[in-house]
Design a protein around this ligand. Sequence first.
Ligand SMILES: [Zn+2]
Length: 295
Amino acid sequence: MIKSLLLAAFMLVPAGAQAEQLANKLFGAKSTGSQQDPMPIGSYAKGCGAGMVQLPESGPSWQAMRLSRGRNWGQPELVEFLMDLSRTAQDIGWNGLYVGDMSQPRGGPMTSGHASHQIGLDADIWQLPPKSLTLSRAEREKISSIPVRSADQRSVTKNWTSRHLALMKAAASDPRVDRIFVAAAVKIEMCKTATRKDKDWLQKIRPIEGHDTHFHVRLKCPKGARLCQTQKPTVAELSKGGDGCDATLQWWVTDYLNPPKPTKKPKDPPPRKRHPREYTMADLPNQCKDVLASR
Ligand SMILES: [Zn+2]
């Protein structure tokens, strides 16, 4: 009896232990993409990426930064988009782009930082206009981007230029882009010169915490990517069909910074949401197991 119980327990351990291992440790340990057809699997903050490719570390109009992190990977659409945007950056008068974190080679939850960037369709782009596109690996670990948002979060800094605006407008006008995250003060600045014509691209510019030294581009699910989960609510829904230069944007520099005193007794706090760093494989779409196991 005891012997058979022990045997049963022993047989249960391997499967159970694997399900309990943290997904970010498993995905963080991979240094190559999976040999599969490209496919974003799941949602931006809960998923993984099959068949991902590397943004070359350097190109005629870009450099990938912080190479030690191994996060210059993405879906082929993202790599192509970044190359295109870096050429646009040259058209507006920059040398090109410094590209920050994209995804890990097989996506998935990250060992540090970001909740999203999991399916190979997110990329952070530095607000620092490149001075050189021949930085060494070591230099790319050392230099930092620059803040375009003030420390008090209320305005842009003197680093903000019309070229930054032109670059983000070009990015948001690209039909491949779903939305772009920036510090609220950056969007407020953009809204100052907005006209009716700007509605469609401004709608895609979304305020968020942080993002003072980079902007974050998120691509739509590519056509035919049946395992990719479209983000809801859409940017049109979030801004009720407008440009998003509204009270929900001003909230970031009013109530967000100076929360009004509660008039009623606070309700019980909502249950704590788990961070993707706590996810196990059981939390991710099933196909992510194949992505991990693939050559
Ligand atoms: Zn980001």
